[in-house]
Write a protein that binds this ligand. Structure first.
Ligand code: SAM
Length: 475
């Protein structure tokens, strides 16, 4: 190796080294049929301590059917071991689609003159959030384009304050995650003070040259500023950050390596890796045709990507949105996904009112158009526990403290009870009669899986209290 690759470096091009990725790709390509080496890596991965980007890339490239079956089985096992059958629920909330950037895959790009530009007022936010609370959501991810004039940080902060302040019937948004453009340490500090959960920023692509072409204009054009954003976020005190790649823009093997190198960098520098990884795929949108991008991946490769991320970073939650169809979501839930959105609208103001044809503001088409109630019921019929839990963040279990909880396996005495209690709240306050019936049976069954007897007793008492009208129990 005669190039600069250093996971501890603070320079984007050194912790995401292009040459290191190329070498890793070549290594994986050479060994993709090496049964012995792949077997050794699987053995290592069975210790649940993860794999390096290079090792994981070899599993991703593996062409041996029996080893591939082992890879999927191991991903499933890790998923069960770390996350049980819980699936955390959330919804996106689009605040504004004003944007000064020129991202060629996104309809919010500044040159799009026909998309309706909208920005929610604080009164409109109250209406949107009330509608989300009436669906049963407790956790939101706020989304906005980058526009220092229309969407300055003060607007985002005010919106967060508004969202947390809305108490409607038994509803409350208990965790606001934020997906806004890369910003300064000072602004990240302000977001932290506003009480955000995870700061999410998709890298879109780790390939610098492509990145610059795909973001030809606007502040997002700056690859280093974007790629080093998570370091600034952590410097600003945000413990939980969420990574992601927009699959379809670049070759998936390259992105996979970059994503894991980014996770390794955060672990090396800040002592804690990403809280979540998202795996969006490019979708049709207003003036965007996904077939114009050459690197689309099929469902088969998508499932393998999810499985290999699960194996490489067992402690990192994985998120899938309504960009994916119910069938695709069902498949990848098995191999690693731990959070999904439900009942989502990707337009500004879309939860209150459907948009007229000439007033569309959507960011992309959603494939899973079911209501939250339908998604919750479907999950439970598949044997999953939809969880509306936000306890960790509210108990200060973020960053390394959250990771410690996972590593001590206390997750079963903590997360399972919290999932059951928040599901119970959902069933009583929002569910349809069918969903409620399915849910009550599930809770009965799942109670027996709480390992600690004392905890189980407390949960049973709390469930009774929830029936009597009390809310917001948590461990
Ligand atoms: N403007 C912020 C930024 O620059 O990160 C916020 C992100 S935007 C509201 C959320 C994400 O949607 C983007 O990071 C991008 O990955 C994704 N996205 C944009 N266009 C898309 C499309 N056509 N299909 C699917 N996802 C898309």
């Amino acid at each position: 190796m005669n190039f600069m690759y250093d996971p501890k470096s603070m320079k984007a091009e050194e912790f995401i080294s292009h040459e290191e990725i190329l070498e890793s790709l070549a290594y994986a390509d050479q060994n993709k049929n090496n049964a012995e080496l792949i077997g050794q890596l699987l053995e290592k991965a069975r210790q649940y301590k993860g794999l390096s980007h290079r090792e994981a890339l070899l599993l991703l490239d593996c062409e041996l059917p029996d080893k591939n079956a082992e890879i999927f089985a191991l991903a499933e096992q890790i998923k069960k071991e770390f996350y049980g059958s819980r699936i955390v629920m959330f919804a996106p909330l689009y605040l504004s689609n004003y944007c000064v950037n020129g991202c060629v895959y996104c309809p919010y790009h500044a040159k799009n003159k026909h998309i309706a530009r909208k920005k929610l007022t604080q009164e409109e936010i109250v209406r949107e959030v009330t509608a989300l609370q009436d669906m049963g959501h407790k956790r939101l991810a706020i989304e906005a384009g980058e526009d220092p004039v229309n969407n300055p940080i003060e607007y985002i902060l005010e919106s967060i304050k508004t969202i947390y302040s809305i108490k409607h019937k038994n509803g409350a948004i208990r965790r606001v995650n934020v997906n806004i453009a890369a910003t300064t340490v000072e602004n990240y500090r302000k977001l932290k003070e506003a009480g955000i959960g995870t700061y999410i920023l998709f890298q879109e692509t780790y390939h610098k040259e492509s990145y610059e072409k795909l973001h030809p204009t606007g502040p997002k054009h700056n690859y280093a500023w974007h790629t080093e954003a998570m370091d600034r976020a952590m410097e600003g005190g945000i413990d939980d950050v969420g990574l992601g790649v927009l699959f379809g823009l670049e070759r998936y093997r390259y992105e996979f390596a970059g994503l894991l190198m980014h996770a390794e960098h955060l672990e090396a520098v800040h002592g804690v890796g990403p809280h979540t990884i998202s795996v969006p795929r490019i979708k049709h949108a207003d003036d965007i045709d996904p077939s114009a991008f050459d690197n689309g991946i099929d469902d088969e490769i998508f499932a393998k990507l999810v499985a290999c991320i699960r194996i490489a970073v067992p402690y990192t939650g994985m998120i899938i949105s309504t960009r994916e169809s119910p069938a695709c979501r069902e498949r990848v839930l098995r191999y690693g996904i731990s959070q999904i959105s439900g009942g989502s609208r990707t337009s500004v103001g879309g939860y209150v009112a459907p948009e007229e044809d000439d007033q569309k503001s959507e960011q992309f088409d959603v494939s899973d158009k079911r209501t939250l109630d339908e998604v919750v019921c479907w999950l439970m019929k598949l044997g999953y526990i939809p969880s509306f839990c936000t306890a960790c963040y509210r108990e200060g279990r973020t960053g390394d403290r959250f990771m410690a909880l996972c590593k001590n396996m206390q997750i079963h005495n903590c997360c399972l009870p919290n999932a059951l209690m928040t599901l119970k709240e959902y069933l009583i306050d929002y569910a349809s009669p069918e969903t409620r019936k399915v849910g009550e049976q599930l809770i009965e069954k799942e109670l027996t899986h709480i390992p600690n007897e004392k905890v189980r007793g407390l949960v049973i008492d709390n469930l009774k209290s929830i029936e009597l009208g009390k809310r917001d129990f948590r461990f």
